[in-house]
Design a binder for this molecule. Structure first.
Ligand code: DX5
Ligand code: ZN
Length: 220
């Protein structure tokens, strides 16, 4: 089984001291920094623009950029120069295949995200242009929400579907992830864990990141 990579979400950071919080996550051993981009349309909240991504890029931790925006034609080229992983929502475009091709041709790993109510059955049609599948385990828009347990089944379905096709893919989960459900999520097939509230509410961020990785115990 793939080892767990931890991608702490900066949505729970202090927005007026983002660099300091981001540096603390680097120090604490984060594999990625998860940057949630919200446009006030796709989700009813607003976060950061490309200038902020550019500033964070300078820290040297790979950015895992989660676009919760409608206007992908603008957002993909605007954020791609700073992203290691660039994830778009399946619900945000009528032309998902083309949008994923655009992400890959921009030099990023292409992620496709799904809201909790979105069935994953479209994935076989785009699998050649997908490097990562992001399964939302809360409804997007805010941090600190409760994990939606039936999403575990979606994680298993996605992992199995790609395995049967002989394809390796990263399966990322985002929302309500904690040290308590990390192991279950990993057993279901997730290998990239996003966590905002869990990491930022911990006294020791390094320890919180470590406890998320503990999901790998016994699985190599
Ligand atoms: C929600 C965001 C998440 C959020 C997760 O729309 O996509 O990345 O920060 O936060 P927690 O881990 O607090 O549920
Ligand atoms: Zn996110």
């Amino acid at each position: 089984m793939n080892k767990i990579l931890v991608s702490p979400s900066l949505l729970s950071a202090n927005p007026v001291d983002l660099m300091k919080d981001a540096a603390s996550l680097k120090e604490a051993g984060a594999d990625y920094l998860h940057l949630d981009i919200m446009d006030g349309h796709f989700v009813p909240n607003l976060t950061y623009g490309p200038k902020v991504a550019e500033g964070l890029f300078g820290l040297g931790v790979p950015l895992d950029i989660h676009l919760m925006v409608d206007c992908l034609e603008w957002a993909i080229p605007a954020f791609a120069p700073f992203a290691k992983i660039l994830t778009i929502h399946a619900e945000a475009t009528r032309h998902l295949h083309r949008a994923l091709q655009l992400v890959q041709s921009s030099g990023c790993r292409a992620g496709v995200a799904m809201n909790p109510a979105t069935p994953p059955d479209f994935l076989p049609c785009v699998m050649d242009n997908v490097d990562l599948v992001l399964i939302m385990t809360v409804n997007p828009g805010w941090g600190g929400q409760k994990f939606i347990a039936p999403m575990l089944e979606k994680v298993s379905w996605v992992r199995e579907m790609f395995s049967k096709a002989g394809k390796d893919v990263d399966v990322e989960v985002d929302g309500g992830v904690t040290g308590d459900n990390a192991r279950l999520l990993h057993e279901a097939g997730a290998n990239v864990l996003v966590a905002g509230n869990y990491v930022f509410s911990a006294k020791d961020r390094r320890q919180a990141i470590h406890s998320l990785r503990m999901g790998t115990i016994g699985h190599g």
